[in-house]
Design a protein. Structure first.
Length: 132
């Protein structure tokens, strides 16, 4: 599907909501587009990424990232992350990097199980002022 969150998810049917509220990432290995951070040509501090997940059972989600035009996937501290239960949870993935763009990769380490990532938050702080 497409929409406000990009092309990194399958449509989930039978739910109500506005635009992308009724969708989530639901797959075994997902790559996001290379997201620009708060400006097309500015380098940004990326302290962390927030993942809003809704566990189905007990999942181990491996998160990786690459910056700018990098070809190598990097592993943040703490990955893979374990989530269990039935309530939505927020996972804080430390990045601690400086870049213009970031691409994320999500994988489930448990064969035959799914995971739901409902939202991805990318806070970034500018290193140089922007001209408005």
């Amino acid at each position: 599907g497409g929409g406000n969150t990009g092309f990194a998810y399958y449509e989930m049917t039978g739910t109500a909501g506005d635009l992308d509220d009724a969708t989530s990432i639901l797959d075994a290995d997902v790559f996001t587009p290379r997201y620009y951070l708060n400006g097309l040509a500015l380098r940004q501090k990326i302290p962390y990424v927030l993942l809003k997940i809704d566990p189905v059972a007990t999942e181990q989600i491996t998160v990786q990232y690459r910056l700018d035009d990098g070809q190598t996937w990097l592993d943040p501290t703490g990955s893979p992350y374990t989530a269990s239960g039935t309530d939505e949870q927020i996972i804080v993935v430390p990045i601690k990097a400086v870049a213009r763009r970031i691409q994320l990769r999500f994988r489930n380490n448990r064969a035959g199980e799914v995971y739901n990532i409902h939202a991805v938050g990318l806070p970034a702080l500018a290193l140089q002022p922007a001209i408005a």
